[in-house]
Design a protein around this ligand. Structure first.
Ligand code: ADP
Ligand code: MG
Length: 634
């Protein structure tokens, strides 16, 4: 008895296995079923499958649809052992599943058919019936499975179609993908370009920001400049108005200047006319005073004061009396006093200063600037004060005629410069010793000292050959020349004792003036002569060189007297050529020239004789002049 369920079980399994062997489609499934580790637990499987599979199938295989509700459990059994794709691709597992499911169902039916009552071993008919019903069941199932199979085949066809569609779709999409890839590749180039462009952009942006900064700065600058411009415009307008005002003022001023210019021109003309008139008047005065004048100057005694034999009336500065007391030879009569009266243009006593003396001459110096030749001599015995009168001493107060005249000339020339006068001055300094000329401004070697000759030019001007004619422009230059001349004279003096007193020294200043724009010119010479001592030596004392010197001096001095007298008398012949001195000075002596002779007197009583001689010589000249003056008066 106990064997039956076991055998029944075995049979079921056998039948099941045989039926599956019979089924064409189920063969592979059978193989798998055999591998199932739990084939002996159909119930449990049925139960588990029934509850669990649909959920799995629903999740993992939404494509497969259960044909029947009951089949759902059985259909789902297959895939539990394989993958979902297999279930879709082939019906074989499905078949096996169905079979596997059928077996338990069959078992269940058998179990159900014999529910409560198990067929007896002998009940073969019952068993056949069961078997037949079972068979019918199976047939039905086979039918439905076939149906299902057909469905699945259709589905598969559909699926395949779909697969084909999908493949086509995939191919299309692949094509699209490759297009996209190409596009992407193309885009990668674009990207690089984009990168480049973006880097460029960033640099441009930087530049832009820089430019913006600059722009801001420029803007600030512009604003400040605009402000400045505005200020300047305002200033300009103010300036313009000032300018226009000033222009008006300027026009007025110009008008005034023009009229003033006219006035100036007119006044200049008047001034010039005045100046010319002044010259004429000045000359007239000088002529009235005499073109040849004689001044007497008495040197003070060495110890000061004046000697008895010289009398200078206090009220009259033109007279000098030389008095000599002669003792009575018999002694019975009283001593007789013999007076020698002399009249001169002016007599200067021992107190007369250099300044006073010059004031009288300064008018003649003015004449020299006005274009008249001026000659000034100092005549007298040695030690009478000739050199003191002409040159004086170094210090200001003691300066003599020459430096004062030079100073006056340069000052006057400067003043006349304002009236358009331009002057040039040429200085020369010459010594006449023993009728020989010596250049006192010579600076070369003594051995090469040239010889000089006096030449008269066609225009009656006198010139000395090889003499130094120095252009001078100021007083100091002239003073320097005078110092140089003195040095030259003293050098000669050492070799020949007291030569200076036995030679004439002639300072000449040639003056040339021109008034620019008026075509007025003037030319004159100022001669200042320090003559040799006029003393006469006793014939016994004068021998050899001294005699020669004396003869030369005497002849030249007496000739000077003769020339001056001839000039004063307006003689036709004036013996200039008789001596070097008069020949040299002939240009300065005749015509309208002014001549001034100083007769210097030594006050010592032992000089009485020489004084008398000097005064006689001078008065001879003076008398001539007076005669001329009186003749003019007539
Ligand atoms: P000269 O040149 O005629 O030989 P100086 O001019 O050399 O004579 O004079 C002789 C001296 O007498 C000099 O020492 C000089 O200073 C002086 N002397 C000449 N005249 C005056 C004067 N007026 N007042 C003062 N001293 C004078
Ligand atoms: Mg002298």
């Amino acid at each position: 008895m106990s064997r039956l369920p076991v055998s029944s079980n075995k049979r079921v399994l056998t039948s099941s296995s045989s039926s599956s062997e019979n089924g064409q489609d189920l063969a592979p499934a059978q193989k798998k079923t055999r591998k199932d580790p739990e084939p002996v637990k159909p119930y449990a499987a049925s139960t588990i499958i029934g509850t669990r599979r649909p959920a799995v199938a629903a999740i993992k295989a939404p494509i497969s649809r259960p044909v029947r509700p009951t089949g759902a459990a059985t259909v789902a059994v297959g895939p539990s052992r394989g993958v979902l794709k297999q279930a879709i691709a082939s019906t074989a597992p499905r078949g096996s599943n169905i079979k596997a499911a059928a077996a338990p169902t069959g078992t269940k039916a058998v179990t159900g058919g014999a529910a409560g009552t198990k067929r007896q071993g002998w009940d073969l008919k019952g068993k056949v019936t069961d078997m037949e019903s079972k068979l019918r069941n199976y047939q039905t199932k086979v039918k439905s499975v076939n149906q299902e199979n057909e469905d699945l085949k259709r589905m598969m066809v559909k699926s395949q179609t779909r697969v084909t569609d999908l493949e086509t779709c995939v191919a299309v999409q692949r094509g699209q993908i490759s297009e996209y890839e190409e596009e992407l590749q193309a885009l990668s180039g674009v990207r690089e370009e984009l990168d480049k462009v973006s880097s460029e952009k960033s640099s441009i942006e930087k530049q832009l920001s820089n430019l913006e900064d600059k722009y801001k700065v420029m803007e600030t600058l512009r604003q400040s400049q605009e402000t400045e411009l505005h200020t300047l415009k305002m200033k300009l307008s103010v300036q313009e108005s000032t300018l226009s005002r000033l222009q008006l003022t300027l026009r007025d001023a110009e008008e005034e200047v023009r009229s003033l210019g006219e006035t100036v021109v007119q006044q200049k003309g008047e001034l010039h006319a005045g100046e010319m008139e002044r010259r004429q008047l000045h000359n007239s005065i000088q002529e009235l005073k005499g073109n040849i004048r004689v001044f007497c100057r008495v040197r003070p005694l060495k110890g000061g004061g004046l000697s008895q034999h010289l009398q200078l009336p206090a009220t009259d500065n033109k007279t000098i009396t030389l008095a000599k007391t002669e003792e009575s030879h018999t002694g019975k009569t009283a001593d007789t006093q013999k007076n020698y009266n002399f009249n001169f243009d002016r007599v200067f006593g021992p107190q007369a200063s250099q300044k006073e003396v010059f004031e009288e001459i300064s008018l003649l110096v003015q004449s020299a600037l006005d274009g008249y030749n001026v000659c000034c001599f100092a005549y007298g015995q040695t030690g009478s004060g000739k050199t003191f009168t002409m040159e004086g001493a170094e210090y200001d107060e003691a300066r003599g005629v020459i430096p004062r005249a030079v100073k006056q000339i340069f000052r006057a020339a400067e003043k006349l410069g304002a009236q358009g006068w331009v002057f040039t001055f040429t200085a020369s300094f010459v010594e006449i010793y023993n009728e020989t000329l010596r250049d006192l401004l010579y600076t070369g070697k003594a051995s090469k000292r040239p010889e000089h000759e006096i030449r008269k030019l066609i225009n009656n001007e006198v010139t000395i050959t090889s003499l130094t004619y120095e252009k001078v422009t100021n007083e100091d230059q002239v003073l320097g020349l005078i110092a140089m001349a003195n040095h030259n004279r003293s050098t000669a003096q050492t070799s020949q004792n007291d030569r200076s007193s036995r030679s004439h020294s002639v300072f000449q200043l040639d003056i040339e003036g021109a008034n620019i724009g008026r075509d007025v010119k003037c030319k004159s010479t100022l001669c200042l002569v320090d003559l040799a001592g006029s003393e006469r030596l006793l014939k016994s004392q004068s021998q050899g060189e001294r005699f020669k010197e004396m003869t030369a001096i005497n002849s030249s001095l007496s000739n000077l007297g003769i020339v001056i007298t001839a000039l004063a008398n307006k003689d036709i012949h004036v013996p200039y050529r008789n001596s070097k001195l008069t020949y040299l000075l002939q240009g300065c002596l005749g015509g309208n020239s002014k001549t001034l002779m100083f007769v210097n007197i030594s006050p010592e009583p032992d000089s009485f004789g020489e004084t008398l001689n000097s005064l006689r010589f001078a008065s001879k000249v003076n008398d001539c002049v007076i005669g001329t003056a009186s003749a003019n008066k007539k």
